[in-house]
Write a protein that binds this ligand. Structure first.
Ligand SMILES: Cc1cc2nc3c(=O)[nH]c(=O)nc-3n(C[C@H](O)[C@H](O)[C@H](O)COP(=O)(O)OP(=O)(O)OC[C@H]3O[C@@H](n4cnc5c(N)ncnc54)[C@H](O)[C@@H]3O)c2cc1C
Length: 311
């Protein structure tokens, strides 16, 4: 209940232009910028050393050049060209070739065809440079169309892509079974958006129970699933099920977000589990950052300390 209210509150704040401009003034300051804990920087040249440092600890990475909900075809084209430049830049670095993106960054808010065209440009470049592309899952107006776009690309032979399923959506169990049948790679998450009662489970108990059911489906019959959570109970359930069903740790991986539970990231890696860190960067960090605050309002403490230290 508290988490639902908190997510809704921070979602409203995420729409505030005043807050956004204040945040961009203080958030990414070189010294003590409060958003730096969760965002690797505003440019790919900031993200590359951050990713290298993570890799040096034996962890894997996926880089996300942040952006979402672009409003015009010209903006979607600019975002796509920027992402293509990021691919070239990563390909020329010693960073793992694995990226995450959102379809509304590529024009899904405008129409499906724009997003599909732009996604194809990115998947082609990714194929040339041997990248894996994870299509993040956004809020419910985009669930069905995101899955549909993914499956269309899959049927067209693009196998260098994977999808995300959210356990707060009752539909995700059936989606997981369909992705398993395709052989597509799934990242399982709880879900980060504030969703209406008729679309999503609202209680932590229901979201967690569904997470465990889908995790089992994916571990038993999926293609290298990613179990993306910081929740020790979900991690314990995954480890327990893998042991019980004799699923080798090389057949799945855990994923966590940059700056969250770094202790747990390292300890799971040290125990022989694959651990991938999601490294977000870019100037459009504000909505991503606000979702992280909504998940854990205690994070507001970092913000206040960061702003005070800048003055
Ligand atoms: C790699 C990765 C990719 C993701 N991709 C998507 C996506 O495509 N679509 C989508 O809707 N969601 C995505 N998410 C977010 C996800 O849906 C959850 O909102 C987020 O992971 C918090 O849920 P949790 O599983 O960690 O469990 P929770 O029950 O929310 O948290 C468990 C514990 O984790 C820690 N924790 C969780 N969040 C935070 C935080 N913000 N700050 C500090 N500590 C925290 C706390 O210790 C908390 O007690 C992604 C998450 C990860 C890890």
């Amino acid at each position: 209940m508290f988490q639902t209210v908190s997510k809704a509150f921070f979602q409203i704040l995420a729409g505030s232009g005043v807050l956004k401009s204040l945040a961009s003034r203080y958030g990414m300051g070189a010294r003590g910028g409060f958003a730096r804990r969760f965002i690797a920087g505003e440019t790919v040249d900031d993200a590359i050393p951050a990713a290298r440092a993570i890799q040096a600890e034996g962890l894997k990475v996926t880089l996300d050049f942040l952006g979402e909900s672009v409003a015009t075809a010209a903006e979607a084209d600019a975002a796509t060209r920027a992402y293509l430049a990021v691919i070239e830049r990563i390909a020329g670095s010693a960073v793992e070739r694995n990226i995450s993106l959102k379809l509304t960054q590529l024009g899904l808010t405008i129409d499906r065809a724009t997003a599909v065209d732009n996604l194809r440009r990115i998947l082609d470049a990714a194929r040339t440079h041997d990248f894996f592309v994870r299509i993040d899952m956004e809020n419910t107006p985009y669930t069905a169309v995101t899955l549909d776009v993914f499956e269309t690309m899959w049927q067209q032979g693009y196998r260098n892509a994977g999808i995300v399923l959210q356990s707060y959506l009752p539909r995700s169990e059936a989606d997981a079974a369909r992705m398993n049948a395709l052989g597509a790679r799934v990242r399982l998450v709880k879900g980060a958006y504030n969703e209406p009662r008729d679309m999503a489970y609202q209680s932590k108990e229901d979201v967690d129970a569904a997470f465990v059911r889908i995790m089992r489906l994916l571990l038993a019959g999926g293609n290298y699933p990613a179990i993306a959570t910081h929740d020790p109970a979900m991690i314990a359930a995954t480890r327990g099920y893998a042991t019980e069903r004799d699923v080798d740790p090389s057949r799945f991986e855990f994923q966590m977000l940059y700056g969250i539970r770094r202790d747990l990231q390292k300890s799971l890696q040290a125990q022989g589990y694959g651990m991938r860190v999601y490294v977000p960067f870019g100037r459009e960090w504000f909505p991503y950052f606000m979702r992280r605050l909504g998940e854990r309002p205690a994070n507001i403490g970092f913000v206040i300390r960061g702003v005070l230290s800048e003055r």
